[in-house]
Design a protein around this ligand. Structure first.
Ligand SMILES: O=C(O)CCC(=O)C(=O)O
Ligand SMILES: [Fe+2]
Length: 340
């Protein structure tokens, strides 16, 4: 299922959001039109594709690793359960989170792998992981996470300039001093096949951090379109990463960048009979970074934050670590009452 040629095509008759495609190599070369395209996408839809990232082989290997991990017996996976905000690195079983007002549960399981643990491996920072992950750590997980860190830092650097912040400002908020803890992580998700119409696999949410990079093969990801308020699919394109802005970057930018609401439905059309796998890498600020507009560092951001004044949304009064804990608390509380 991880080979794009094996899967039924994404239907061409469903509402689909057109996203900009950013060429990672042009971005690295500092091409002004590419940087402008990225900023525009981040400020309007909050989502875009990235091509020419050079990580496709690692991504395929990570899908194979994810399959081995999530195919472990449920009792082994339950030993990896997320426990609290610190232990949000770990396993979330399917059926633990209500996805609508009737209390219908999600149909997606996932495991969160802490970036701190990956980069420090074999030293353990937060927790241990099962054998299939440990075995792939050096050849697959570490190089993939390093590639994602580099890509997201390159995009943050480009956005730093467009937000008229001094060079290095956003990078600094995501630099984890030696020994400091971060919430950045790699997530592997599996959604059971489902042909029930209207079923939601993963409920509507925004991402907590600054930037997310989504690798998927089958459709199902939808964004709430900012212009007309309707749900639109994001079509997976072979070799392309789907990237999006998270809450932290919306706060830092005084609302200039958009953390868009999204959700996952079972794959559309003929794809619905297949299991859906995806991998997401989340870049999050260091735990102690305060979430608020960076108004002192940029008059552009100061102006935007002022124009949006009254919107508590932009200064929630939390650090990144507290924000993450608050947002995860809702489903961590339910982990121990799994439906059978
Ligand atoms: O599976 C996907 O395509 C997206 C998953 C997602 O939005 C998330 O895990 O935050
Ligand atoms: Fe998400």
């Amino acid at each position: 299922m991880h080979n794009c040629t094996d899967i039924p095509p994404f239907p061409d008759d469903i509402p689909t959001e057109q996203l900009s495609i950013i060429d990672y190599q042009l971005l690295l070369a500092g091409e002004p039109s590419e940087i402008e395209k990225l900023y525009h996408a981040a400020a309007t839809q909050g989502f875009w594709y990235v091509k020419n990232h050079g990580m496709e082989l690692l991504v395929n290997a990570m899908f194979r690793t994810a399959e081995k991990v999530l195919n472990l017996p449920l009792k082994d996976k339950l030993e990896l359960l997320q426990r609290d905000h610190r232990g949000a690195h770990g396993y979330k079983a399917k059926g633990t989170v209500p996805v609508d007002q009737h209390g219908t549960r999600d149909i997606t399981e996932f495991i969160n792998i802490s970036q701190d643990d990956v980069l420090a491996y074999p030293t353990q920072v937060h927790r241990t992981y099962p054998a299939p992950l440990r075995e792939a750590m050096e050849d697959v997980v570490q190089p993939l996470v390093r590639g994602c860190v580099a890509m997201n830092l390159a995009m943050l650097a480009a956005l730093t300039g467009k937000l008229q912040l001094p060079n290095g400002t956003l990078a600094r908020l995501h630099a984890y001093a030696a020994g400091a803890e971060s919430c950045s992580e790699l997530r592997c998700l599996r959604t059971s096949p489902c042909q029930e119409s209207g079923r939601i696999a993963l409920g509507a949410h925004t991402d907590f951090g600054s930037l997310s990079a989504v690798f998927n093969r089958l459709g199902g990801l939808q964004i709430l379109c900012p212009t007309d308020g309707t749900w639109k699919y994001v079509k997976p394109l072979p070799g392309h990463i789907i990237c999006n802005v998270g809450d932290a970057l919306e706060f830092f930018s005084g609302g200039l960048l958009r953390s868009s609401v999204h959700r996952v439905l079972p794959p559309p059309g003929l794809q619905a009979q297949h299991e859906r796998w995806s991998i997401v890498y989340f870049t999050r600020p260091a735990d102690d970074v305060e979430l608020r507009p960076l108004a002192e560092e940029s008059s552009l951001i100061a102006g935007a934050a002022k124009a949006a004044s009254g919107s508590e949304k932009l200064s929630p009064g939390f650090t990144a670590g507290e924000w993450y804990a608050k947002k995860t608390a809702k489903y961590l509380a339910r982990e121990h009452s799994l439906p059978t």
